[in-house]
Ligand binder design. Structure first.
Ligand SMILES: *[C@@H]1O[C@H](CO)[C@@H](O)[C@H](O)[C@H]1NC(C)=O
Ligand SMILES: *[C@@H]1O[C@H](CO)[C@@H](O)[C@H](O)[C@H]1NC(C)=O
Ligand SMILES: *[C@@H]1O[C@H](CO)[C@@H](O)[C@H](O)[C@H]1NC(C)=O
Ligand SMILES: *[C@@H]1O[C@H](CO)[C@@H](O)[C@H](O)[C@H]1NC(C)=O
Ligand SMILES: *[C@@H]1O[C@H](CO)[C@@H](O)[C@H](O)[C@H]1NC(C)=O
Ligand SMILES: *[C@@H]1O[C@H](CO)[C@@H](O)[C@H](O)[C@H]1NC(C)=O
Ligand SMILES: *[C@@H]1O[C@H](CO)[C@@H](O)[C@H](O)[C@H]1NC(C)=O
Ligand SMILES: [Fe+2]
Length: 562
C-alpha cells in the first residue's frame, strides 16, 4: 500500500509578536521585489476596461408566443434572438500541441524550498486562500513505498502597504502520490493558508513560504467589494477547458488583458490525463485501462502557467477525476486547490458557493453525485433556501458539462443531471449558467426544459479555452445526419419526437467554434453585459455581446418569503 501523507503544519517562527515580525521583514527584504509582470496588480484597473460594450441589436422574434413554465409569470418584456451560426474559419488550425515542459512559463525555476505555483482564491467574506507548492515532485518507477519529505512551514505575511507586512497567518500542507504499476508520481508539498479579516475593496501585499527558509517575492491581490445590493459594477472573467497549449496561452494572455478582478474556471484544468504515466502523449484512440493514466508533472507545469490569474475559482471537470490504479480520484485537484466549500456549508470541494459583490455563485459538481437524495442535492436545496435575492440579486450557476448544447461532442451527455436539477435552479430563478466541456462557444436564449422561456436562465458554453483536444466544429443538425443515436444515452430525452433538432433550435442564440474567453459585467441589480472575446481578435473586440436584463415580472426572480 502506498501512503499519502497529510499533516497539519506546526506554526512557523513567525507566530511571535506581529510587531517584531514586521520589523524583521523590513530588515530582511530591504529590496522589495514587485511582480515585474504586473499581472497581480490588474485588479484595481478593471474599471478602465469595462466601458467598451456594444448594444445588442435585438433581432425579430421568430418564435411565436413564449411558453412560460408552471409557477413563473409570463413576460412580454423578453424577445429571444433568432438563432445564428458562425462556422469554423478553416484558415485557423483547430488546435495545437501542449507547451514544452522545459521552458518558461512551464519549467520549474524555483529551488526545492522556494514557493512556486502561487494561487489565490476567494475564501468567503473578508477571506482569501493563498496556496503554493514547494519540494521535489518526482516520477518514480513502480509503486513508491516510503514518502519522506522536508516539512516546510506554511506562512503568509501580508499587509495593505507594499513592503510592510503587519499580518501573519499560518496554514496547512498536504501532498499525494498518484499510483500506477509502471511509473508513479510523488508530489511536492502544497501549502494552503486562509487569510481572514480582510477589508473589502482593498489591496493587499504578501509573501508566502517558510520564514526560516525561503519566502516568495511580493505579490498583490485585491479584495472584492462587500457583497450587497449596491456592489456594482462587478466584472467576472469566465473560461473553461483551458489546458496548456499555444492556444491556451493565447486565451490566457487575452484574459489577462481583459483584467477581470476574479476568474471562474468551469472545469478541465490541465489535461494531464492525455499522457501516459511516462510522459508520452497518449494517442486519442488508445484503449482505456481500468485506471486513468496521467502525467502529473503537467499539473505542476499548469500551476506555473496560470499563476497570473488571481483570484481564480475552480470547479472540477471530467479531466480532474484521474482515478489512479490505487482507486484514488481527484487527488491533484483536491491537494492543489482550496475552494470555500466548508465556508458555504458543503462537505466536498467538488461543489460549493460564494458571494461576489451583487451575485451569489453556485459552483456545482458535475462529477460528484447530484441526484435527488445525494449530499450535493441536499446542500444545493439548503444553499438556495438561504439565498437572499435582495442582498445578492444575481444568481449564477456553473458546472462543467452543458445541459444545452447543439455540438455533436458530448451531446446530451448530462441530460440526467439536467432532469434532476433544472427544476430546482429554475424555481429559484437562476439568471445565468456557465458550462464548458464542449470545446467551442454557444450562447442560448432564456430556456427551460428545452423551451424558450422568459423566466429561464441564459446558458453559455465557454469550453473554448484552447486545450490539446482541439476545437469541436460540428453540430448535430448540420446536416441532421450528424445526430448521434440515443442508443446508450442514460436519459434519452426527445423533443417533438426527435433526439436532435432538425436545425439550430430556437433556444440556441449563437454558436461558433473558436477559442476565447468571456467577461460578465454585472452593471446593476437588474442589468448585465456578457461579451465573448476570440483569441484571434484584440480584446477590445467582442464577437458576441448580449445585454442581460433580469425579468422582475417572473415570480422566480422575486424575493422569496421565508
Ligand atoms: C491555435 O494555435 C495555433 C498555434 O499558435 C494556431 O496556428 C491556430 O490557428 C490556433 N487555432 C485557433 C482556433 O485559434
Ligand atoms: C528534496 O529531496 C532531497 C533528496 O531526496 C531531500 O533531502 C529534501 O529534503 C527534499 N526537499 C523537500 C523540500 O522536500
Ligand atoms: C492599512 O491598515 C491599517 C490597519 O492595519 C489601517 O489603519 C490603514 O488605514 C490601512 N491603510 C489603507 C491604505 O487602507
Ligand atoms: C472601491 O475602491 C475604489 C478606489 O479604491 C473606490 O473608487 C470605490 O468607490 C470603492 N468601492 C466600494 C464599493 O467601496
Ligand atoms: C511510454 O509508454 C507508452 C505506453 O506504455 C509506450 O507506448 C511508449 O513507448 C513509452 N514511451 C517511452 C519514451 O518510453
Ligand atoms: C436580505 O438582504 C437584505 C439586503 O442586504 C437585508 O436587508 C435583509 O435583512 C436580508 N434578509 C434576510 C432574511 O437575511
Ligand atoms: C419537460 O418536457 C417534457 C416533454 O418534452 C415533459 O415530459 C416533462 O414533464 C417536462 N418537465 C418539466 C419539469 O416540466
Ligand atoms: Fe470536459
Amino acid at each position: 500500500m502506498v501512503e499519502t501523507k497529510q499533516w497539519k503544519e506546526v506554526k512557523g517562527p513567525l507566530s511571535i509578536s506581529l510587531g517584531i515580525t514586521a520589523l524583521v521583514w523590513l530588515l530582511l527584504f530591504v529590496v522589495v521585489i514587485l511582480d515585474p509582470t504586473g499581472h497581480h496588480a490588474g485588479s484595481n484597473e478593471l474599471d478602465q476596461a469595462a466601458s467598451s460594450t456594444q448594444t445588442l441589436p435585438v433581432t425579430g422574434n421568430a418564435q411565436g408566443p413564449l411558453q412560460g413554465a408552471k409557477g413563473a409569470v409570463k413576460s412580454s418584456g423578453y424577445t429571444p434572438e433568432r438563432p445564428r451560426t458562425v462556422p469554423f474559419d478553416f484558415s485557423y488550425a483547430k488546435g495545437s500541441d501542449d507547451l514544452p515542459l522545459d521552458r518558461p512559463p512551464l519549467a520549474k525555476i524555483a529551488s526545492e524550498v522556494e514557493p512556486e505555483q502561487i494561487h489565490i482564491a476567494l475564501a468567503g467574506e473578508g477571506a482569501m486562500y493563498i496556496s503554493w507548492a514547494t519540494g521535489n515532485a518526482s516520477v518514480v518507477e513502480g509503486l513508491p513505498r516510503i514518502v519522506s519529505r522536508h516539512t516546510l512551514a506554511s506562512v503568509v505575511v501580508y499587509g495593505n502597504e507594499s513592503g510592510w507586512y503587519d499580518g501573519v497567518a499560518s496554514g496547512e500542507a498536504t501532498a499525494y502520490v498518484q499510483t500506477y504499476p509502471d511509473f508513479s508520481y510523488i508530489s511536492g508539498t502544497f501549502h494552503h493558508v486562509r487569510l481572514t479579516g480582510l477589508q473589502p475593496n482593498a489591496s493587499y501585499y504578501f509573501k508566502c513560504g517558510d520564514p526560516g527558509v525561503a519566502m516568495s517575492r511580493e505579490l498583490r491581490f485585491a479584495t472584492p467589494q462587500p457583497p450587497g445590493p449596491a456592489a456594482f459594477p462587478q466584472r467576472i472573467g469566465v473560461i473553461a477547458d483551458l489546458g496548456q497549449t499555444h492556444n491556451s496561452s493565447a486565451t490566457l494572455q487575452h484574459l489577462i488583458q481583459s483584467q477581470p478582478p476574479v476568474v471562474l474556471l468551469v472545469g478541465d484544468l490541465t489535461y494531464a490525463d492525455n499522457y501516459f504515466t511516462n510522459g508520452t502523449l497518449r494517442p486519442p484512440m488508445t484503449p482505456p485501462k481500468a485506471y486513468q493514466e496521467t502525467y502529473q508533472p503537467r499539473w505542476d507545469a499548469w500551476g506555473r502557467f496560470v499563476e497570473p490569474l488571481v483570484p481564480m475559482m475552480v470547479v472540477e471537470g471530467n479531466h480532474e477525476v484521474e482515478a489512479d490504479s490505487a482507486g484514488k480520484s481527484f487527488q491533484a485537484y483536491n491537494a492543489r486547490y482550496r475552494v470555500p466549500h466548508a465556508e458555504s456549508g458543503s462537505d466536498s470541494p467538488l461543489y460549493y458557493s460564494f458571494d461576489l459583490a451583487g451575485s451569489h455563485i453556485l459552483m456545482l459538481g458535475a462529477y460528484a453525485d447530484w441526484g435527488e437524495g445525494s449530499e450535493q442535492y441536499r446542500w444545493l436545496v439548503a444553499d438556495l433556501a438561504a439565498y437572499n435575492r435582495s442582498r445578492t440579486p444575481w444568481l449564477i450557476a456553473t458546472f462543467h458539462a452543458p445541459w444545452y448544447n447543439t455540438y455533436i461532442a458530448h451531446y446530451k451527455e448530462l441530460e440526467c443531471m439536467r432532469i434532476a436539477l433544472e427544476p430546482l435552479l429554475y424555481e429559484h430563478g437562476v439568471d445565468i449558467i456557465f458550462a464548458g466541456h464542449v470545446h467551442a462557444y454557444e450562447r442560448c436564449n432564456r430556456v427551460y426544459n428545452y423551451t424558450v422561456d422568459p423566466c429561464g436562465p441564459i446558458h453559455v458554453t465557454i469550453g473554448d479555452g484552447g486545450n490539446i483536444e482541439k476545437l469541436y466544429t460540428d453540430w448535430v443538425d448540420q446536416p441532421p445526419s450528424n445526430c448521434p443515436l440515443p442508443g446508450t444515452a442514460a436519459c434519452p430525452t426527445l423533443q417533438e419526437g426527435s433526439f436532435c433538432p432538425a436545425q439550430q433550435p430556437p433556444w440556441s442564440a449563437y454558436r461558433e467554434p473558436s477559442f476565447g474567453h468571456g467577461i460578465l459585467e454585472l452593471a446593476s441589480t437588474t442589468e448585465a453585459t456578457w461579451t465573448w472575446h476570440k483569441n484571434q481578435d484584440s480584446v477590445a473586440v467582442a464577437s458576441d455581446t448580449v445585454k442581460i436584463r433580469r425579468n422582475l415580472q417572473c415570480t422566480n426572480q422575486q424575493e422569496r418569503r421565508r
